[in-house]
Write a protein that binds this ligand. Structure first.
Ligand SMILES: [Fe+2]
Length: 419
């Protein structure tokens, strides 16, 4: 296991120990209300990452409260009061969603899961009726979600999420597109939330979108885009900026450029920065999409005046898709021939050794309502900028070094087919 001591991997031994400890504490604390109120919860998740070393790569767990004592085992039973089953990687997004008792939160997360993976990727049945039991299971879920990390096995994760070819495209062309990475319904929600934040005087662009609502906390942690970012920028990549752009008809307003700010030429062979642009309407050549020069990352420099425009292609993709470009790939904002407005969110990340364009404001409530993934991109999990009277944060330094090594190893295995 590669985690910080206050985090754990979904259904690892450490995860089960933490969940069992939480239940024991709460059952002891709330004893009177739950005495004589037995319940059993059980889960079974297939295609778990091999490093968890579960038989047949099936990770399962059952907790039984008989009204007086709690038993926690690696068994699974469909006879439990709450039964959850699914694909491990697909279901991980639910295991990382905080807000089990908040209206609409889990429903929204399940909707996105099924949009990507289908109805059978996760199933849950419950016959829990006692409010005290329902509330305990809900708070257990949240307690674990805010500790549950992303699957650190990049190769396993990329294959389960269907992203192998996308990662190959990034290496070959400097960019890729994930079509319909979010549901059209979530794209509509995001568009409305973006327009809510973009007041009339913000006629073009607004930064710091992370701090404008929980919709933005969800999109910035999107597991598909984050897998591409992990593959190109490494783990511990930090938010450079989360910005919104809205634009109406007319000529494109951003000329051809790379996203390298003050990076000397020749650019490094490895990616230092990457941007995912979320489309909240269908993108066509007429709607003013991003244009990209495929393979321009291999030149390792900015375009010279007048260069590249004849080699660009428009990124056409349906609503809810994301285009991700990195490595200093040349791109620009196209002309819009259609009426109406194009609204986009730009999820810009830097390799963890670099600063961002926006100051990071670590809000303890924001961290509390999210999985550790959000803290990672705000610099909470590495040792940069951290020092105590005892000296450097060696715990985080060791953790991030291990995570980088494992990620590099698994990326190599993925791209060579030896995983
Ligand atoms: Fe750009």
């Amino acid at each position: 296991m590669i985690t910080l001591p206050h985090h754990c991997e979904f259904l690892s031994d450490a995860w089960i120990d933490e969940a069992t400890g939480y239940l024991r504490r709460e059952l002891s604390r709330q004893g009177e209300g739950l005495t004589g109120q037995p319940f059993r919860i059980s889960g079974r998740f297939v295609n778990a990452p091999p490093h968890l070393k579960q038989p047949g790569d099936v990770a399962q767990w059952t907790a039984t409260w008989d009204g007086e004592t709690l038993a926690s085992t690696r068994d699974f039973t469909t006879q439990a009061d709450l039964v959850a089953e699914g694909d491990y990687q697909a279901s991980l997004i639910l295991a990382q969603t905080v807000g089990a008792l908040a209206p609409g939160v889990m429903t929204g997360a399940v909707h996105e899961l099924r949009h990507l993976h289908g109805a059978d990727a996760f199933r849950v049945s419950s016959r829990v009726t006692a409010p005290v039991v329902r509330d305990l299971i809900g708070t257990l879920h949240d307690h674990m979600a805010r500790r549950t990390v992303e699957n650190p096995d990049l190769a396993h994760r990329a294959r389960r999420l269907g992203l192998l070819e996308r990662i190959r495209e990034i290496e070959a062309n400097g960019y890729t597109v994930i079509e319909r990475a979010i549901s059209p319904e979530f794209a509509d929600t995001l568009r409305a939330a973006t327009l809510r934040a973009l007041l009339p005087h913000n006629t073009f662009q607004l930064q710091w979108m992370l701090y404008h609502g929980t919709e933005f906390e969800r999109i910035v942690q999107n597991p598909l885009l984050m897998t591409l970012i992990d593959a190109s920028l490494g783990r511990g990549a930090v938010i450079a900026s989360l910005s919104a752009i809205r634009r109406g008809p007319g000529k494109g307003l951003i000329p051809i450029h790379t996203d390298h700010s003050l990076v000397p030429e020749p650019f490094p062979e490895w990616a230092v920065t990457g941007v995912g642009v979320w489309a909240m309407e269908d993108w066509t050549a007429a709607s003013g999409p991003t244009w990209i020069v495929p393979g321009s990352h291999r030149l390792r420099r900015d375009p010279r005046p007048g260069e590249g425009l004849d080699k660009g292609i428009p990124i056409e993709m349906p609503k809810g898709s994301v285009v991700y470009f990195t490595h200093g790939t040349w791109h620009w904002q196209g002309d819009r021939a259609e009426p109406g407005e194009r609204v986009t969110l730009h999820s810009h990340f830097n390799r963890g050794i670099l600063r961002g364009l926006e100051p990071k404001k670590v809000d303890v409530q924001m961290l509390h309502r999210n999985a550790p993934r959000l803290g990672e991109m705000l610099g909470e999990d590495d040792w940069f900028d951290k020092l105590t009277a005892e000296g450097r944060d060696h715990l985080r330094a060791r953790y991030m070094a291990q995570l980088h090594r494992f990620t590099d190893k698994r990326k190599h295995a993925l791209l060579t087919g030896s995983d």
